[in-house]
Structures are given as C-alpha cells and as structure tokens.
Design a binder for this molecule. Structure first.
Ligand code: A2P
Length: 275
C-alpha cells in the first residue's frame, strides 16, 4: 500500500510544469558522472543563444511553477553546437540534488542571457595567460582553452586545477587531452597549452593548494617557466570563496590589478557556483 506522501510525490513528478517566459527549454544530449560529487552534461543549443567563452548562464529544471535557477559557467566554447556544463552534486542542494539525476532526453531550462567576468576582453594584452581553478572552477576555462581567440591573444596558456583527490581531476585531464588531439584546436594548443594539476587530500606525486605551489615556486620549477610577472602575464581565477580570496590576495601582492569589462586589467575572478 502506498502512503499519502509517496502518492503526492508521484503526482508532482508526473505533473507537467509550464516553461517560464524568457527561458529556453533544452534537451539533455549526454551526461557523464566522474565521482559521487562531480558530473558533466551537454544540452542542445538554441540557435539564437550567443555567449562569450568564459561566461555563465542561469540553469534550472522544469519541476516547479517557479523553478530554482543557479548560475553555471558554460564549459563549451562559443563555437560549439551544444552547451556543456561541469557541475558539483550537492546532496541537499536546491538544484543539483535533482539535476544530478538527469538523463539524455530530459529537459533543462536555461535563461537567455549569459554574463561573467572571466572573459578575454577584461584583460589587457600580455604574453602568458594563467587560469587558476579548484574543483568545478575549471568549467569557464574548459570553454576558454577551446576558443581560438585565447591563442590569438596569448602566446602561452597555463591551466591549473587543484582538487581534493585524483578522481576529481579526471574532467580536466580529459579536457586537456581533447584540446591537444582535436583537429581544429590541437593546432593552436600544440606546445602552448600547459595543464598542471595537484591534489590536497589524496597522496599523489603532486600535492598542495595552488596558493602554496605559487608561493614556494614549485608551479614554475615543475613546468620550467618564469614565475608570475604582471609585466608579461594575466591571471583568471575561479573556485570557492576562500580560494578566490587567497589567490586574489596573492596575485595582488605580486603587483597584478583587477580588471573588468569597462576597465581591463591584470587579473579577473569569478566564484565557482554551487547548490
Ligand atoms: P583542501 O583540501 O586543502 O581544502 P572543495 O572541493 O572543497 O571546493 O576544494 C577544492 C580544492 O580547493 C581542494 O583541493 C581544496 O584544498 C582547495 N582549496 C580550498 N580552499 C582553498 C584556498 N583558500 N586556497 C587555495 N585552495 C583552496
């Protein structure tokens, strides 16, 4: 016998909710689970939807009259036919607790306007671009490292990702391999895109928070490159609030100034969105 609450739940699941005005209803094309905390998914791209690589957009599910929307960095480049996202799974998160259950064919809602500060236009010209990320903070860089404009503007691109354990680095490793082997992007990335990862909780050959690896110089000695220098370099930062605070303070102490659309500068920051 079914209890009243189970019946109510089934009713809610079966109910069709109207698509809110000004929102695209897109189809899930593929889903890939990396760990019990991380997954990526791709949805169809509305023809009218334009964005700049590195931006974020609001995402929701058609499961309520007023669906919960959360900001997600777009992980695919602006030329891609589909839209890719890389997400955390928060067990009691208002959106990701449900979003993690999507399968191909399901509908995902996406608001029409994208925005964000991790865009190439917010940086002044330089030789090297450092993209510093932790966890799902790699998502906007997944977009930017596959965008030819990045290589028009910078000679060398250094993408770093730090996660708690090795399994969480898989998305970034795949991404790097794909960027190297892609017939189109591979030509641009060859010898110019460097991927550098570390773990903080699982013992691996390269351990430590990125703040420490920059401060003690290991990032640069490992890669055989010059240390960060505001004369030659630009920095994009994406991670948790505390990571942003610490990396921002570190690059400011090295002489970098923060940029924006209206005032391009030496570095830009954006929170990796959660929930
Ligand atoms: P740690 O394991 O030492 O906390 P999370 O999964 O919690 O978002 O963390 C992702 C990664 O970011 C972890 O490796 C974590 O290291 C690291 N991290 C957390 N806070 C900071 C910070 N303030 N500065 C640099 N790295 C950080």
């Amino acid at each position: 016998m079914q209890t009243a609450s189970v019946l109510k739940m089934q009713e809610t699941e079966a109910r069709q909710f109207a698509i809110p005005a000004g929102v695209h209803a897109e189809t899930v094309v593929s889903v890939k689970h990396y760990t019990d905390r991380l997954f990526s998914f791709r949805i169809s791209r509305p023809q009218s939807f334009r964005f700049r690589s590195g931006e974020f957009v609001m995402i929701g599910l058609p499961n309520a009259d007023k669906p919960v929307f959360r900001a997600f960095s777009i992980a695919s480049p602006s030329w891609d036919d589909e839209i890719e996202f890389f997400s955390i799974k928060v067990p009691d998160g208002p959106l990701t607790s449900e979003l993690q259950k999507i399968v191909p064919g399901d509908t995902v809602l996406m608001r029409q306007k994208s925005t964000g500060t991790l865009v190439l236009d917010a940086l002044t010209p330089a030789k090297r671009l450092f993209m510093i990320s932790t966890g799902t903070g790699i998502a906007p860089f997944a977009s930017l490292i596959r965008d030819p404009e990045t290589y028009e503007k910078f000679e060398q691109v250094v993408l770093t990702q730090t996660c708690r354990d090795h399994a969480e680095l898989a998305y970034g490793e795949e991404l790097h391999a794909q960027a190297e082997n892609d017939p189109l992007i591979g030509e641009l990335t060859a010898g110019r895109l460097i991927h550098y990862s570390s773990t903080t909780r699982e013992i691996t050959p390269r351990m430590g928070r990125i703040t420490r690896l920059i401060e003690n110089g290991r990032l640069f000695t490992d890669l055989g490159i010059e240390p960060l220098n505001p004369e030659t370099d630009r920095v994009m930062i994406c991670g948790s609030m505390s990571m942003l605070r610490d990396v921002k303070a570190l690059v400011e102490s090295l002489g970098f100034d923060e940029g924006s659309h209206s005032h391009p500068g030496g570095f830009v920051v954006e929170r990796a969105f959660v929930g």
